[in-house]
Design a protein around this ligand. Structure first.
Ligand SMILES: Cc1cc2nc3c(=O)[nH]c(=O)nc-3n(C[C@H](O)[C@H](O)[C@H](O)COP(=O)(O)OP(=O)(O)OC[C@H]3O[C@@H](n4cnc5c(N)ncnc54)[C@H](O)[C@@H]3O)c2cc1C
Length: 408
């Protein structure tokens, strides 16, 4: 897939020391080129910074680090999942990092899905431009009227009419819908199936299809959001698409969603670790610079020192857990790594919330402003405990697995 990724970096990425060199390159690029755009993004939204971000995307292509989650055959640098996890941490240090490298949710999940399960025509029409970065995409599973925590219970239907599906239903929280070329919708195609996990299918719907409507962008924690940084309510009213747009077999939707979410949760966790590292940096620098009285820095207070120490311990523990879960997923597949993935999902989301809270408290009034990215993350990343499965669902799974070891 042509993405200009023929740099020597692609061939170097296998050894840990070489991975460290690549991480240093990305860290420097993120700090000097991407972080300076944060203030404008926070003040004016995505559309204002997008032209500059798109210029930077060309630079990343030339660096050979474009689509860092993909194999060399698919146009990426060929990192393993655990190596990409480390890259994702560095990109996560700014809200804009993943976009500049074309590694942003929900496109990453859609790319992986199409690569693994799309047929040749779907890969040519949708995957190729997605990888090249000429289009964006979104994913519509969650519905306003049904509990998203139970994805086997959906009201959106896709009824066969000749060689087409006719799709009807309402979705919300379709991230990035504004400006997307297509969505992948989860719709019930086999309502009569005795197995509730086999009732829904995933279907590609171009957003220009008559009957597809972006109803509105939903404000999330006061963030109105636009473009890639938006969350939309979308409606399917008699939306007709060819049955050839279905990904996989009829009834495969739930299984594919689980496969899509496994690596996706690892990506999110490492992005959150990047946020935590940035928060520790912002909090530490402020504690050193801010004087409570002449010659008495905030960093001299034991309470702040303990916040920093606890944050360091928690983030380092989180990283080891995530890399270990990524390695297990690579070795044994997503099903075998289910418990580890659920464990990191609630553990790291919790760590993120605590560290952002400490950073904000350390900054005082400054923490409440958008002069640093802490307030944005504090608002916006509260969602980390909800999306891709709420804390409670993941804790249930981990507890069941633990109890099963002792239940005779
Ligand atoms: C910022 C953001 C982005 C999102 N992006 C997307 C997207 O791109 N595409 C998409 O399809 N969806 C997306 N979502 C939706 C997200 O996946 C759902 O919000 C999530 O799955 C929870 O579903 P729900 O909101 O319907 O909550 P519900 O399922 O109604 O659950 C409500 C609460 O009930 C509790 N609960 C649920 N189940 C259990 C249980 N078994 N035991 C105990 N307590 C339980 C939990 O505390 C949960 O928070 C996004 C959400 C957010 C906030």
């Amino acid at each position: 897939m042509g993405s200009g990724t023929s740099s020597p970096i692609r061939r170097l990425i296998v050894m840990p020391s070489e991975l460290n060199a690549v991480l240093d390159t990305i860290r420097r690029f993120v700090e000097t080129e991407v972080q300076p755009l944060e203030a404008l993004f926070l003040a004016e939204g995505f559309a204002t910074v997008q032209p500059r971000l798109d210029e930077l995307r060309h630079v990343v292509k030339r660096m050979g680090l474009w689509v860092p989650h993909l194999s060399a055959a698919a146009g990426g640098p060929g990192l393993s999942l655990s190596e990409f996890a480390r890259v994702s941490e560095v990109l996560g240090r700014t809200p804009l990092g993943h976009y500049v490298f074309n590694a942003q949710a929900p496109d990453v999940g859609n790319m992986e899905l199409l690569l693994e399960h799309g047929d040749e025509a779907q890969r040519r029409t949708w995957l190729r431009p997605l990888v090249d970065g000429t289009i964006r995409s979104c994913f519509s599973m969650t519905e306003p009227g049904r509990a998203g925590s139970n994805p086997t219970w959906l009201s959106t239907t896709a009824i066969t009419d000749g060689s087409d599906y006719i799709i009807n239903g309402d979705k919300w929280f379709t991230t990035g819908a504004e400006g997307s070329a297509f969505t992948i919708v989860m719709a019930v195609t086999n309502p009569e199936s005795q197995e509730r996990h086999r009732r829904a299918s995933m279907i590609i719907v171009p957003t220009g299809t008559p009957g597809f409507e972006l109803v509105r962008n939903t404000s999330v924690m006061g963030e109105r959001g636009d473009g890639w940084a938006s969350h939309a309510e979308v409606a399917f009213n008699g939306c007709r698409v060819p049955t050839a747009n279905r990904i996989g077999d009829e009834g495969d939707g739930f299984r594919l969603a689980q496969e899509r979410l496994g690596p996706g949760r690892i990506h999110h966790c490492m992005r959150w670790i990047g946020i935590c590292e940035r928060a520790i940096e912002v909090m530490s620098r402020h504690a050193i610079d801010r004087e409570l009285a002449p010659g008495i820095p905030l960093a001299s207070r034991q309470v702040v020192q303990h916040w920093i120490a606890d944050s360091r311990a928690e983030v380092d523990a989180s990283r080891l857990m995530v890399v270990s879960a990524a390695e297990k997923l690579e070795r044994e597949g997503p099903r075998a790594a289910r418990v580890e993935i659920s464990t990191i999902k609630f553990f790291v989301a919790d760590t993120l919330g605590r560290i952002l809270d400490r950073a904000l408290q350390t900054l005082g009034g400054l923490g409440m402003t958008d002069y640093t990215p802490i307030a944005f993350w504090y608002r916006y990343e509260r969602a980390a405990r909800i999306y891709d499965g709420s804390d409670e669902v993941h804790r249930d799974l981990v507890a069941r697995a633990e109890l099963a070891k002792y239940d005779r």
